[in-house]
Design a protein around this ligand. Structure first.
Ligand SMILES: [Zn+2]
Length: 420
């Protein structure tokens, strides 16, 4: 890219100067008391104006800030500073190029921008690739004080959801389950739009999975992140959210509960009363309904020792893991012993101490056998809220999306954020 020739005070295209319609109206008034992200829909000059029910959402594509991004753009685009009408550069396309920072500038190939953030705005989205995913909307790149970068995809909520549905749930799941997933994902997204200066959600299961419009697998094959089917589910449920006592809430969900969902209040500080534990045998077809997995004893012991060292406790080689009796449906806690001392640890903490995603759930029994710790577990994920494989089972049994939602979220109502 030869940005030097276009680094000027060129005016932005008239079509891009439209301001986004402020979020307002009766449906949003209902939500205003729960401090949703009304402000995040403003000052977004780069995108088409959106309706009140479809605000602009900002997705962090780099949960850990990184040294170098790889970006390409499949058509005409410009670069500006977020919120500024000034065009810093524009080109007809961009072949895959590194984006780096030296602490003062953001560098894109041979162009250098002496600012802390830039926004890549394509003329015809989706056309920006970040790594192995193609995204709708625009991409913002922020320079961190530690010389690392974060990339944020900015797009209308409903376009984002068309990818989330497929990213979170197989296309083979029943329509009702996928409709329920759309409503829960929309509710969750809106509930967390609380004004982080740079982004609203992560693109991973830390928030909810989002693969983008397309993505490349490890062999370079292009796969669809969204499809006609997922877009149809979004249209069918457009603007519909769950409320509890008239407000948005964090509608947590997880993959497989393993027989009983987990009481939300025992896991998350923001859990509302709707997130009660319920019996669920609807997920029994899931591969991870029950599972066995072994880990190296010394590795598990070292990880536990690192965890307990934060609180100043020593811990040696693990000798036993015993579940502490508690209330059915609450997050399990365990006592772990190295033969000298016995310490308490929550199942979710134990899971986080292990390599990411390796211990499928916080619900397990564990025994020591030689140099191994053998886990026998139930389900996958934290277990709070809608069980996705349970929604699959309920959908196959003929339940509607609303019935699925009411099964997992006690006492909720559904609201449509625009006239039907
Ligand atoms: Zn379940």
């Amino acid at each position: 890219m030869d940005a030097s020739t276009t680094y000027s005070r060129r005016r932005m295209l008239a079509a891009a100067t439209a301001t986004v319609v402020p979020l307002a109206g009766a449906a949003w008034a209902l939500l205003s008391s729960s401090s949703n992200g009304q402000s995040s829909g403003k000052s977004e000059p780069a995108l088409t104006p959106t309706d009140t029910w479809n605000p602009i959402i900002r997705i962090n594509l780099t949960p850990e800030p990184i040294d170098e991004l790889r970006i390409s753009v499949d058509g005409p685009f410009r670069i500006s500073a977020p919120g500024s009408p000034r065009v810093l550069a524009q080109e007809q396309r961009l072949s895959e190029s590194p984006v780096t920072t030296d602490g003062k500038n953001i560098r894109l190939r041979d162009a250098s921008f002496p600012i802390s953030q830039i926004e890549i705005v394509p003329v015809r989205p989706p056309s920006i690739w970040v790594g192995d995913s193609l995204y709708r909307g625009t991409i913002r790149i922020f320079r961190q004080p530690d010389n690392k970068l974060i990339a944020v995809n900015v797009l209308p909520l409903e376009e984002y959801l068309a990818s989330v549905i497929n990213s979170e749930m197989p296309a083979s799941f029943p329509r009702a389950a996928r409709q329920a997933q759309a409503i829960v994902a929309r509710t969750y997204a809106l509930s967390v739009m609380k004004g982080h200066p740079r982004f609203d959600l992560f693109a991973t299961s830390r928030s909810q999975k989002y693969l983008g419009n397309q993505y490349r697998d490890t062999s370079g094959r292009r796969l669809a992140g969204e499809t006609d089917g997922s877009r149809e589910i979004v249209r069918e449920t457009s603007g519909i959210i769950c409320t509890w006592r008239g407000k948005l809430f964090s509608s947590w969900f997880s993959a497989v509960c393993g027989g009983r969902t987990t009481n939300g209040a025992s896991v998350f500080t923001d859990a509302v009363g709707a997130l009660k534990s319920v019996e669920c045998e609807w997920c029994r077809d899931a591969e991870l309904y029950r599972w066995n997995k072994s880990f190296d004893l010394q590795d598990v012991s070292r990880r536990l020792a690192e965890h307990f060292a934060v609180d100043g406790s020593d811990f040696g080689t693990l000798q036993s893991v015993t579940e502490i009796p508690g209330t059915a449906g609450d997050l399990p806690h365990y006592s772990v012993s190295d033969g000298v001392k016995t310490l308490r640890i929550a199942g979710s903490t134990f899971r986080r101490a292990m390599p990411y995603g390796e211990l499928y759930s916080p619900r397990f029994a564990a025994t020591i056998a030689g140099n191994e710790v053998r886990f026998s577990g139930r389900g996958s994920g934290h277990g709070v809220g809608m069980c996705q494989w349970g929604a699959n089972g309920l959908g196959k049994a003929g339940r509607s999306a609303l019935e699925i939602l009411r099964y997992y979220y006690d006492g909720i109502e559904t609201v449509r954020l625009r006239p039907s």
